[in-house]
Structures are given as structure tokens and as C-alpha cells.
Design a binder for this molecule. Structure first.
Ligand code: GTP
Ligand code: ZN
Length: 214
């Protein structure tokens, strides 16, 4: 058996990879997930043995494994590539497509994330793609939008020691669109600001202007 923190600690004790949750230490269990989906189909009044559904439990289990892949990845491993550019101003990646899963209803909320930071005194920066990887990692967990936003900001603070961080997420929650209150098109915006982008209204306004500019 081996434990795989994708992109992180990766030990091999056999031929099979086991995905272990970074937070809980529990592993992804394909058989258990399949059994649970089969039970759910029965519970809603379906016949899981009819031809159209026969492969659905294993398919859904594999899909969940992918949708929750961020549980098995160490966030600190994502920002391991850093380089000193001496850059002291804002670095901002806008409109990063984001798909996450609402932990209350296990349906998608999706939209875009904007991630920016002002490097620390050393001017150390990270690869631009790493910002999108960080969004992906935290999005691919059972989430609420507020926590997702904060976790991205806090990981950047931890790893880059920046002067400031700003994360803004705009998303539509399918649990509000396809059921419940049924308000398709309603959009939720959350932000997390740290350091200079929290303490300086002028710096924050400048960053927000760049983020929200169409
Ligand atoms: N703050 C926050 N709320 C969320 C998020 N995702 C879903 N929710 C809300 O979580 C709440 C769960 O409320 P409950 O009353 O326990 O569940 P429910 O009966 O299904 O609620 P309704 O969706 O209003 O039908 C709902 O109001 C959802 O809109 C999120 O990311 N952040
Ligand atoms: Zn929900």
C-alpha cells in the first residue's frame, strides 16, 4: 500500500496508490463510495441494476475522487516553486475558473477566483500557475465559499511571506439555483484580504479596481 499526497509526500510500499486525506488521515475508499451510491439510488426509488445505472456507482465514485482530489494534496507543496524577482508591486491573476462543492448539499458552486499579492521585502514571487493550482486544491474539497476564500489567502501568507494578499471569489451556488429558494443567476462574492491590503484602504481600493474592472 502507498500513500499519495498528490504533489507532496509520496511514499510507495506496493503497487497500489492510496489517496490519504491531508487533514483527517482517512483514505479514499472506492468500494465504500460505490456501495454508498448504490444505496442512494435505492433510497430515491431507482433500480441500480437496470442497464443504464449498472456502472453508475463506480462512475460516481471515481468522479467524487476527482472532485475531492484537493483533500489528498498538501497545500504547502503547491507553492514550492518561488523565485526572487525583486518585484515589489501587486501580482494579480484574474478570472481563474473555479468549481467547488457546497458541503451542505454536495452540489456544485462555481465561478471565478481572483488572486493577488504584494511580494515581501525580498521580492520573492511564485509561478502564476501556482495561484490557480492553489484555487483548485482548496476548491476540490467539500467547502463553503467563505472558508475557500480564506484558505487560499492564508496559504499565500504562510508560504510567500508577502506584504499583502487579496482573494475575491464570485460564484453561483447550484443549491440556490436548482432547488430550495431557486434563484438561478444569483451571484455570491466573498473576499479575504491580509496585510497591507487589509490595513491600507488605498492599496485595497486599487487592487479591487483591477479585479472588478471589466
Ligand atoms: N454562508 C454560506 N452558506 C452556504 C454556502 N453554500 C450553501 N450555503 C447555505 O447553507 C444553508 C444551509 O441551510 P439549511 O437550512 O441547513 O439547509 P436547507 O434546508 O437545505 O436550506 P435551503 O437551501 O434554504 O433550502 C443554505 O442557506 C445555503 O444557501 C456557502 O458557501 N456559504
Ligand atoms: Zn448548498
Amino acid at each position: 500500500m502507498s500513500v499519495n499526497h498528490i504533489g507532496g509526500a509520496n511514499s510507495r510500499e506496493g503497487s497500489e496508490f492510496v489517496l490519504e486525506s491531508v487533514e483527517s488521515g482517512r483514505v479514499f475508499d472506492q468500494d465504500r463510495a460505490e456501495a454508498a451510491v448504490r444505496e442512494l439510488l435505492i433510497a430515491v426509488g431507482e433500480d441500480p441494476d437496470r442497464p443504464g445505472l449498472i456502472d453508475t456507482p463506480s462512475r460516481v465514485a471515481r468522479a467524487y475522487r476527482e472532485v475531492f482530489a484537493g483533500l489528498y494534496t498538501d497545500p504547502d507543496s503547491v507553492l514550492n516553486t518561488t523565485f526572487d524577482e525583486g518585484h515589489q508591486e501587486l501580482v494579480l491573476v484574474r478570472d481563474i475558473p473555479m468549481y467547488s462543492t457546497c458541503e451542505h448539499h454536495l452540489v456544485s458552486f462555481h465561478g471565478v477566483a481572483h488572486v493577488g499579492y504584494i511580494p515581501g521585502s525580498t521580492g520573492r514571487v511564485t509561478g502564476l500557475s501556482k495561484l490557480a493550482r492553489l484555487v483548485d486544491l482548496y476548491a476540490k474539497r467539500p467547502q463553503v465559499q467563505e472558508r475557500l476564500t480564506s484558505q487560499i489567502a492564508d496559504a499565500l501568507v504562510r508560504k510567500l511571506d508577502p506584504r499583502g494578499v487579496i482573494v475575491v471569489i464570485e460564484a453561483e451556488h447550484l443549491c440556490m439555483a436548482m432547488r430550495g429558494i431557486r434563484k438561478p443567476g444569483a451571484s455570491t462574492t466573498t473576499s479575504a484580504v491580509r496585510g497591507l491590503l487589509q490595513s491600507s484602504a488605498a492599496s485595497r481600493a486599487e487592487a479591487l479596481d483591477l479585479i472588478l474592472r471589466k
